[in-house]
Design a protein around this ligand. Structure first.
Ligand SMILES: CC(C)(COP(=O)(O)OP(=O)(O)OC[C@H]1O[C@@H](n2cnc3c(N)ncnc32)[C@H](O)[C@@H]1OP(=O)(O)O)[C@@H](O)C(=O)NCCC(=O)NCCS
Length: 157
């Protein structure tokens, strides 16, 4: 029988003091198209931003993951823009938890759907989104800077 290791964590909105840890996590998680310091700071403060972080309960200074989503005026779609889990915390359910929490916040703000893009080669992320019942509805060639194609996926909130 497959058992998942337990991970006790606390999910909360990001704050200015998280900036350095968020950037470190971004560097560990992505090779290209990373959020830079200016953009990350913007999203920590943006009124339409939903930037959530997860801390290990036992070690509150330690950032295990983050999810960034945002809403737009006159739109009922919340866009999940980025999701990253520290390598040592992957496979323990945290990515799913963070994304679902961000989706819930979008719903509380009046959104009816959530949308995201994912590289067609990102097997683990696609598996995660499918597990959460996201559906691909468009294929976007050459979506990323490095030429990778993307799926556009969405889900009902
Ligand atoms: C993609 C990512 C966010 C997944 O986070 P995670 O916390 O490891 O995912 P979870 O533990 O919540 O996984 C939930 C489900 O996703 C799928 N999944 C996650 N990692 C997987 C992997 N390596 N291989 C296959 N399926 C995987 C499984 O269906 C899993 O459910 P299961 O454990 O019951 O089998 C994480 O691997 C990551 O940060 N990757 C680098 C950054 C990135 O690619 N972000 C996404 C950009 S679109």
């Amino acid at each position: 029988m497959k058992t998942s290791p337990k991970l006790s964590c606390h999910i909360r909105p990001a704050r200015a003091a998280d900036l350095a840890n968020l950037l470190a996590l971004e560097n560990l998680s992505f090779t290209g198209e990373r959020l830079n310091e200016r953009r990350m700071r913007h999203w920590i403060n943006a009124s339409n931003g939903i930037l959530l972080v997860a801390n290990a309960t036992a070690s509150p200074g330690q950032l295990l993951g983050y999810c960034l989503a945002f809403t737009r005026k006159n739109s009922t779609v919340v866009r999940a823009y980025s999701l990253a889990i520290a390598p040592k915390a992957r496979g323990m359910g945290l990515g799913g938890k963070l994304l679902e929490r961000a989706a819930k916040k979008g719903k509380q703000q009046g959104c009816t759907h959530i949308r995201l893009e994912v590289a067609k080669g990102n097997i683990s992320a696609i598996a995660l989104y499918k597990k959460l019942h996201y559906v691909s509805f468009a294929s976007i060639p050459d979506y990323y800077e490095d030429g990778q194609d993307a799926w556009r996926m969405h889900n009902v909130l």
